[in-house]
Design a protein around this ligand. Structure first.
Ligand code: ARG
Length: 269
């Protein structure tokens, strides 16, 4: 559930030093749920968004994921930068950083790069969750080898049945167990009709195929979860989605919903 998580984060923001505490999402079996530890060197485009001022230092301030799509350009979810999550407009978060090249949040590997500017999609709709993306410009560049291509409209990677992998440092049980190191889970891209049927519209959101793509397993079990938002869904060597929302985590009949990257390509170009 998206809203309780936002409330938890807002509380953490108010208390200034409390790390991500347990979410209201009920535990699901094998809920990056149903995943495996991933090596950052093999997915160098996966980054963590951090603010120790807001979220405390125990997990390096990680509160969302992101994906490197240009040497100084990172995509993340719009809702990660909402006032509900940050308690203030993003420009006011002095220590907003992107952590690159660090799988284990408690290590000193890789680099922490300050965010120079933030652009939140003005068409993001926090009620349906449509258009859930933002663009971060970094204060310094990453190597070209950290950049992953974006899948444009019509790319075969969007076809239902495509095998994809989602990456993040979020909840690995559905009970508020935030990962210390990067995890990944294999999920299958689903048909828009399946996603529309799963999410015709409730308080969690409404599936809108123009700006969303959904993925999971019919039986549930493998999914993204709270804390993974903004991170990449990758298929055929390209990023096709950003973790956005879902009802619970890894539940049968409730696939994970992602911001469709081809919508982003269309919106920003
Ligand atoms: N909104 C969550 C976040 O901020 C992501 C939830 C994804 N849920 C899912 N079942 N795929 O981290």
């Amino acid at each position: 559930m998206r809203r309780p998580f936002v409330r938890v984060l807002a509380l953490a923001a108010a208390a200034a030093a409390i790390p991500l505490v347990s979410s209201a999402t009920p535990a699901a079996a094998d809920v990056v749920i149903g995943g495996y530890p991933a090596e950052i060197s093999k997915s160098p485009w996966t980054v963590a968004l951090s603010s120790r001022d807001l979220f405390g230092g125990t997990r390096a301030g990680q509160f969302c994921g992101g994906v490197v799509v240009g040497r100084s350009t990172v995509l993340t979810a719009a809702h990660c930068l909402s006032e509900a999550v940050l308690g203030a407009p993003p420009e006011r978060i002095r220590d907003l950083k992107v952590i690159a090249g660090r799988g284990d949040l408690l290590s000193t590997a890789g680099q922490e790069i300050p965010v120079r500017s933030v652009w939140v999609n003005p068409d993001y709709d926090s009620y349906t969750n449509a258009g859930d993306f933002a663009v971060l410009t970094l204060a310094s560049s990453l190597p070209e080898s950290s950049v992953i291509p974006m899948a444009a409209a019509g790319d075969p990677a969007y076809q239902p049945g495509t095998e994809a992998v989602v990456y993040g440092w979020g909840d690995i049980t559905g009970a508020g167990d935030y990962a210390r190191s990067l995890h990944a889970a294999r999920v299958t891209v689903m048909a828009d009709a399946v996603c529309e049927e799963a999410y015709p519209g409730n308080t969690d959101g409404t599936y809108k195929s123009a700006s969303m793509v959904c993925a999971g397993e019919r039986a549930g079990g493998r999914d993204a979860c709270q804390g993974d938002s903004g991170g990449p869904l990758v298929a055929q060597g390209k990023v096709i989605g950003l973790v956005s929302w879902g009802t619970g985590c890894g539940l049968a009949g409730s696939p994970g919903v992602y911001t469709r990257v081809s919508y982003i390509v269309r919106t920003v170009s």
